[in-house]
Design a protein around this ligand. Sequence first.
Ligand code: URA
Length: 448
Amino acid sequence: MELLSLIRAKRRGAELPAAEIHRLVTGIVEHSVADYQLSALLMAICYEGLSYNETLELTRAFIDSGVTLDWSHLPGPIVDKHSTGGVGDKVSLMLMPWLAAAGLTVPKMSGRSLGHTGGTIDKLESIPGFDVNLSGRQMEDVIKQVGCCIVAQGANLVPADKIVYTLRDATDTVDEMGLIAASVMSKKLAAGADCIVLDVKCGSGAFFTSLARARKFADIALRLGRDLGKPIGCVISNMEQPLGRTVGNAMEVLEARAALAGESPQPDLSALCATLGGVLLVTCNRGASYQEGQARMERARESGAALERFDAWIAAQGGDYARLEAARTKAEKELRLATVPALKDGVISDMDTRRIGEVARRLGAGRLTTADRIDPWAGILCRAKIGDSVVQGEPLAVLVRGPAAPPVPGELVREYQQAVAVSSYAVELPGIVLDVMPANRGLSIIGG
Ligand code: URA
């Protein structure tokens, strides 16, 4: 079929044949498909949707477009985690060494921030000396030493997704469930883990703003895992407010370590990590239930083993954590700060988390295009979150920029104020874990 016929077929709502999907993806990586025609096809897909079979074939074709990794010579189980993206999402920084402390092996590839969501690689690069570009051999050395490793995803892993994702981003065609599932799952499946847990974010700061859409995505991901031979578990987690207290690269690293050390006043972060770990442990048959796995995770943190592993891992990848701490002390005197005062007395009832993520990006914590530079100290310290009482004039948050950046514009202070609703009534605190769907059963065990 010519690409024009594929576009026509999709516009009429027809299902694309498997062979055509594979041919299309081959054409994409060979650069023989014109961007304007691929854009038209993506738009037709956004209107008509991809069926499950089309999503499965697209996932297969994406995986086949590049290399697939094999870690079977390392001591197992080899595990991986993926987040659909959020604001203040520092889970990978905590969870990977924590899983290693619980006896799992974690060779993880992560991405950079784009749009309103942060990226683990940018966070790690705020640690002086931390190397995110290790070779396969270097990764193995780090894993043998400490049990985990996080590197930037290489260009040869699912190259088709890289091309398609860039076009989706530029043509506002990101938002189709099958396209998202094929993009996320192909990368995870190609990365060679035995078992995977997905942190499906749901709420105002996430791709999926409703529980129904988050569950639908989780169901597709679980089916893809089953049909492509990988055990997968899903946790649907709350992204109605930033995760933890900080948004921004260096600040999130500092908060992640503090949370592992039990110093964080925010229980949501540790609770989410323990649940994700519990689901992974049961997914790879290291426990009878995810609750049992969760308890094992808690023990690994309370004993100090997870924190020890965090420190060993950062050092094994060349990071100098003490220099980050020292830079914080020095920078604290020179940082550009702007306090965001509450406009009235009351209780925080809602946070528009996407808007808050945009404020962080505009401060310099993220990027709009891949060419934008990150300010490691830029970000937000959320002084109050949903359910907290606030007093007019007292700080809702502090907006931060590095010493070399221009002062924080008043416009961003106002933007943050508008993103936070203060009400006169008490609100119910949202739980961090909304649903748990363990290994390929597709069964919600918290939700209905
Ligand atoms: N993250 C991805 O990797 N791909 C998508 O399509 C959406 C989020």
